[in-house]
Design a protein around this ligand. Sequence first.
Ligand SMILES: NC(=O)c1ccc[n+]([C@@H]2O[C@H](COP(=O)([O-])OP(=O)(O)OC[C@H]3O[C@@H](n4cnc5c(N)ncnc54)[C@H](O)[C@@H]3O)[C@@H](O)[C@H]2O)c1
Length: 443
Amino acid sequence: MDVTALVRRIESKQALVGIIGLGYVGLPLVREFAAGGLTILGFDVDPAKVAALHRGESYIQHIGADRVAAAVKTGRFAATTDFDRLRECDAIAICVPTPLGPHREPDNSFIHATGREIAKRLRPGQLVILESTTYPGTTDEELRPILETSGLACGRDFLLAFSPEREDPGRKDFDTRSTPKVVGGVDAASTEVAAALYAAAVDKVVPVSSARVAESCKLLENVFRSVNIALVNELKTVFDRMGIDVWEVIEAAKTKPFGFMPFYPGPGLGGHCIPLDPFYLSWKAAEYGQWARFIELAGEVNSQMPRWVVAKVASALNEDAKPLKGSRILVLGLAYKANIDDDRESPSYEIIELLRDAGALVDYCDPFFPTARKTRKHDLGLKTVPCDNATFRRFDAVVVSTAHDVFRTPGLFAGVPLVVDTRNLVAPLHPGGDGGPRRLVKA
Ligand SMILES: NC(=O)c1ccc[n+]([C@@H]2O[C@H](COP(=O)([O-])OP(=O)(O)OC[C@H]3O[C@@H](n4cnc5c(N)ncnc54)[C@H](O)[C@@H]3O)[C@@H](O)[C@H]2O)c1
């Protein structure tokens, strides 16, 4: 295959980039490739998403509908469900989901299905890049053989690389463009061309020696977060028993100018990455006779957090001589993190269901979710209650699960009988203790 010709097409902005899977990862890539002057054809199996994009709408708030609409208007971007059009693309990036199965096992079926769709249309001279987070070896051992069922040979006829996404929804100081992008090809030519392609979308490309290194890099980043969050969650429970405020301990530790990085406790892990991806590595490690004990332990500690929070609510209500059963409890925040409309894997759902299982009458308040979405695992059948003090005061307990800025409104918690705060949101609003809830418990 003519590597130089493909690099030339990319650098002269003549290349057409196909992006498969137009979600949280695919859409920001569309936006940045368009900003870099390339033309993009987006593919998705969901016709509703494709139709929304054609109307110039974005279904993910923080992506910015205006920028997607601008790319559609200038003719830089079109979306389709017609996978035959993959033939038109010079490069194809795969951004499909990689969830966990019911027993926490990796589910690469979306990657496999997409690989089969590409293989049916693969033509010589194309570059395929996997972006979906997965265990080391997926690109080489799974995607490559599927693509080669086309009769074309990797290296000779087409190129193949892995490049992980580093999206952090809602983040303001770094975006897709300013976050360095790691790229590893199954051979040197694949790395070179994939690096040239991403140079149009991001400020800095970091080439590595193989697809396996790039796959492992993403997992190291996510395992690092999962383990450190578990550590601080465990310390929270230890300090709590000792009557020490973990938040104050972290603030003090943070003053050390070297060798310490703060992580914060919370009601449990959320988001598409941290609760799921580490288990991709521990599962794969077993194939090599290895145990990834830190990963499993962190998973155990973090996944217990919603139960710990509910136990704190129960004991706090008990002090008011109230049982969970029949108490009115308001959970603040369905999103898994502050100020975004992303509720994937959010621990709020589990907290609400545990409270309901115990007989509590539960509502939620989250301006980012006027109605609770029906997900694969949850169907709350609830709408948000208004975010005001009169509403909050009607509940026996208010549980802060997400630290949305809107919950920092002065007077919001005034006179609320009990607040159980997993984010240390309420105490800093009332430094002297005045004007706040009648009782505040950190969890
Ligand atoms: N969300 C994040 O912040 C984030 C960050 C880094 C990495 N990742 C990884 O990126 C990958 C994609 O995640 P996401 O958050 O963008 O998911 P998402 O659910 O937001 O988007 C996936 C899209 O793929 C589409 N899709 C599903 N099957 C398809 C198929 N066979 N062909 C074409 N389209 C298909 C869905 O309709 C959806 O629009 C995952 O592997 C994830 O682990 C996500």
